[in-house]
Design a protein around this ligand. Structure first.
Ligand code: SAH
Length: 224
């Protein structure tokens, strides 16, 4: 999969992709992730990427020209499945959407900042808008990192034990059962004995029951 992320603050995206599973996905060649600095596509000598809002009011707006220049230059080289804008009024990200996007070939993701981006970009260049929740962040960078994490970990080969991603919460509309590791007894607090029994069928049954119970207690809406 190829992912191109457009931002005015590329530094904000350095760390999330430079560790653990997301780094491994790139090292294994399973994801080619590139971060592009919108400022490199600015049209004036000051390299401006934002300007005041027409009609007045607080907050700066990302300008159309640098963003469209950047999108067009990338589009000339790659055919994108979707051109996505991270936005609080977009479609709410959930596991189903993550599963669906994990099958993409090429994605372009635009991060807004400050007050947002010039609406004409959304109208004419964006094909999908995704929100990571009903709250407002300072910029789309962390939202893009969340979205990319949710899809990259589903690509076969990224997580070494492939069944692992399939037993996480929200797959099959169930929350994940509890997990434990050594020691089996910590200050008198014991791990459920069934997990130490070595009896796989019993362990699977216990996990299934726990997942069901946890979902009933915490997220009954998932069972509807
Ligand atoms: N004025 C806008 C918010 C701008 S926040 C409004 O009220 O809707 C600045 C940028 O952060 C946005 O352009 C968007 O890219 C990103 N962002 C903020 N909250 C987000 C969320 N919940 N999901 C995805 N992106 C978000």
């Amino acid at each position: 999969m190829k992912i191109d992320i457009l931002t005015v603050l590329p530094k904000l995206l350095e760390s999330p992709f430079d560790h653990s599973i997301l780094k491994r996905a790139q090292d294994k060649g399973l994801v080619d992730l590139q971060v592009h600095d919108i400022r490199d596509y600015a049209v004036d000598k000051h390299k401006s990427v934002d300007d005041y809002t027409y009609g007045g009011g607080a907050g700066m707006v990302l300008m159309i020209e640098p963003i469209v220049n950047c999108i067009n230059s990338l589009k000339a080289k790659t055919k994108y499945d979707e051109i996505i804008y991270m936005s609080p009024d977009g479609e709410l990200l959930d596991q189903k959407i993550a599963n669906q996007y994990s099958l993409s070939k090429n994605l372009l993701i635009l991060c807004g900042h400050y007050k947002g981006i010039d609406e004409r970009i959304r109208e004419h260049y964006i094909t999908k808008e995704i929100s990571i929740g009903d709250y407002v962040l300072s910029g789309g960078e962390l939202a893009a990192a969340v979205f990319c994490d949710s899809i990259m970990r589903l690509i076969p080969g990224v997580i070494s034990d492939e069944t692992s991603a399939l037993t996480d919460s929200f797959q099959d509309n169930l929350l994940a059962p509890p997990v434990y590791t050594r020691p089996a007894n910590f200050e008198g607090r014991e791990v459920p004995p069934v997990l130490l029994s070595g009896h796989q069928a019993k362990i699977d049954k216990w996990r299934q029951e726990q997942a069901q119970q946890r979902t009933e207690e915490r997220r009954p809406d998932l069972l509807d």
